[in-house]
Design a protein around this ligand. Structure first.
Ligand SMILES: [Zn+2]
Length: 577
């Protein structure tokens, strides 16, 4: 491709709206272009990388026994009402009426359609297993689209769905797809880390996310320094630290004027935060829930939502708290009426806690569970933090890192097959629901995450396997009678070996051309100029290295091929395709 003809211009200045490196660089390099909040065109350079990722995904999914199909984005709302997800997705689901006033939606995912398809095409155990996938456009009306292709409202996703006869068969399929995912990320030169993930209120079982580590990532991951257990912070299981567990003393009301926060009350009464109980108020599907947790811990909203099995969870407003008859800052689980109380199991680890007295300016000392108060639900709803002890090995401490979720594998079980009547007859002629799994990769997001993870202050540094072009050829003074023909010949010869070559044939200064080569980030830069031709050579420079080297013109094609293969091997352990 000649850069003079390439559609999409590079920008000299950083776009004002860009929040993250990938957003800024993808706009500056002319890979994407926004048309509305969270809606982008993919320009030719961006699409080349995208297609390379797609090809790897197809090859690995096919190798894992997958069959590609294509399902519609436009779907009748009745299908979503049947599974109850019309409500669960809430405003994230794009809905609208057609001319006959029928309600339709633009699908954010395809469990409903694929399960319906399978229910009509599978009768017997002989028709199973099936692994179906597509690479298709999805829609989510995100409240806050952000960071370029990281969080968008229209996006491409590879979604796969598996259908098996029993849990063992699902395990085998899940392991196969998991391995395919590892292969996909490795072949793209993107080392994604699998972590345990929350399986959500949907009630699935195993669930793992693939994370690309990056500072700007919106997910927090905790990894045990001892055993290597890694989990999304939403999910991470940890050992709660002990608290003094003396014999229970009599409940005592004390004045704590103006002391409302845990820190203030603990300091005033001379106790540690773990000797206090914290009251936190949430609204679950609009109803106030009183959450009580030990003062040194924080509530994990994902664990709480799962425990409450609610669709919508948020902090309650002051008005809602007052309306429930609670005194903010002094609210107490003791004597509370008419409000659902949920306790973190940490309240049973320790004794003689300081708790609110539900009276302005007062607290209780020596509050004990369950002697002084009860809860409707006692479970783990606390958030693990860096430094906490790993529950897997009971020894190592968690370290925190940030990542971008690029893939998700999930054992669904029979939730969808039961609701949509997808069943089969087993060997004994008995009707059973099909056991499902689902598996996603955000293709555009993976592209953005690749840039997020591979860049420097000058621009993108593509992993060789997914670079739009392998080689960025720079011709300087192409009107020079030696340079022009030599560069044209090299351009043709390099392409003849199967390499993807971008040829900067513009009449620009060397500074502009080299800056654009750094910004666009192809793995190898090859420069032909009057100076290199004086010694019958060309200059080779890896994007990842500062030093350039000269190779004889006669050996240029072989040397470039070798350098591209080396860059590819460095990223994936294999030569370039
Ligand atoms: Zn551990």
């Amino acid at each position: 491709m000649r850069l003079s003809q390439l559609f999409g211009k590079t920008l000299r200045q950083d776009p004002a709206e860009a929040e993250t490196a990938s957003h800024r660089l993808m706009l500056r390099a002319g890979l994407i272009h926004p048309i509305a909040a969270g809606v982008y065109s993919m320009l030719p350079l961006g699409l080349r990388s995208y297609r390379k990722i797609e090809r790897v995904i197809r090859e690995e999914m096919d190798a894992a026994g997958g069959q590609e199909l294509s399902m519609p984005a436009l779907q009748p709302i009745e299908l979503w009402q049947q599974t109850g997800r019309h409500g669960a997705f809430g405003q994230t689901l794009f809905t609208f009426q057609d001319r006959k006033e029928r309600l339709l939606c633009l699908a954010p995912t395809h469990e409903e359609v694929v399960t319906t398809l399978v229910s009509l095409n599978v009768q017997s155990y002989r028709d199973l297993p099936q692994l179906l996938y597509q690479i298709q456009t999805k829609f989510r009306d995100e409240q806050r689209p952000r960071a370029g292709l990281i969080r968008v409202r229209e996006f491409a996703m590879k979604d796969a769905y598996s259908f098996d006869v029993d849990a063992d068969a699902l395990d085998a399929t899940y392991r196969r797809v998991f391995q395919a995912y590892k292969n996909i990320f490795a072949r793209c030169g993107l080392p994604a880390v699998p972590v345990e993930a929350d399986s959500g209120a949907i009630g699935g079982k195993d669930s793992q996310e693939f994370m690309l580590l990056a500072e700007s990532g919106e997910d927090e991951i905790l990894r045990c320094s001892g055993c290597g257990y890694a989990a999304n912070v939403e999910r991470a299981a940890f050992v709660k630290p002990p608290a003094p567990n003396d014999a229970e003393r009599p409940l005592e009301k004390v004045a704590t004027p103006g002391k409302k926060t845990i820190e203030e009350v603990a300091a005033f009464l001379g106790v540690k935060p773990e000797q206090t109980l914290k009251a936190v108020f949430h609204a679950a599907d609009g109803k106030v829930v009183f959450v009580v947790i030990r003062g040194d811990l924080e509530v994990n909203e994902v664990k709480l939502r799962n425990a409450l099995k609610c669709a919508d969870l948020r902090l309650a407003t002051d008005e809602e708290v007052r309306g429930a008859g609670l005194v903010a800052g002094y609210a107490s689980p003791i004597g509370v009426k008419g409000v659902r109380v949920v306790g973190d199991d940490s309240i049973a680890l320790g004794a003689n806690f300081v708790a609110g007295a539900n009276l302005d300016g007062h607290h209780y000392k020596n509050a004990n569970y369950p002697r002084d108060f009860t809860v409707a639900l006692l479970t783990d709803i606390a958030k693990a933090r860096a430094g906490d002890t790993c529950a897997r090995c009971g020894k190592g401490a968690f370290e925190s890192m940030r990542g971008i979720e690029v893939g998700h594998v999930f054992k669904l079980g029979t939730i969808f097959s039961e609701k949509l009547g997808a069943s089969f007859l087993d060997k004994d002629g008995q009707k059973k629901p099909i056991i499902m799994g689902c598996y996603g990769i955000g293709v555009g997001r993976l592209l953005a995450a690749a840039v997020e993870q591979n860049h420097d202050e000058k621009g993108i540094m593509w992993p060789a396997p997914i670079a739009p072009y392998h080689v960025h050829m720079v011709g300087l003074q192409l009107d020079n009678p030696q340079v022009g023909p030599a560069a044209e010949k090299l351009y043709v010869d390099l392409q003849a070996t199967g390499l993807d070559v971008l040829f900067d044939d513009r009449a620009e200064s060397p500074g502009v051309k080299f800056n654009d080569a750094d910004l666009l980030g192809m793995p190898l830069r090859v420069t032909v100029s009057p100076r290199t031709l004086k010694t019958q050579s060309v200059e080779l420079k890896r994007r990842s290295e500062a030093q350039a080297r000269n190779v004889p013109l006669a050996e240029a094609v072989a040397a470039v091929r070798q350098a591209v293969d080396e860059a590819s091997r460095a990223a994936t352990g294999r030569p370039a395709a």
